[in-house]
Design a protein around this ligand. Structure first.
Ligand SMILES: [Zn+2]
Length: 63
């Protein structure tokens, strides 16, 4: 069985563990119909468009 040769320092250990809850910047795109900056994979909150079409017709068809 492999055994570590030397004990890792607290700094190295904590640096490794810190990778888990890193915060990354949101992946923003520009809405093609109203030029609003919105996160990817989300229907635009300003105009309701998603991938070129208006998603509000699909979500609430009878309103
Ligand atoms: Zn929009």
């Amino acid at each position: 069985m492999a055994v570590p040769k030397q004990r890792q320092s607290k700094m190295r250990r904590d640096k490794r563990r810190a990778q888990h809850d890193k915060i990354t910047a949101p992946n923003l795109i520009t809405c093609p119909s109203c030029q609003e900056r919105i996160p990817r994979h989300i229907a635009c909150p300003a105009c309701g468009s998603f991938r070129g079409g208006n998603i509000e017709k699909l979500v609430k068809p009878n309103l």
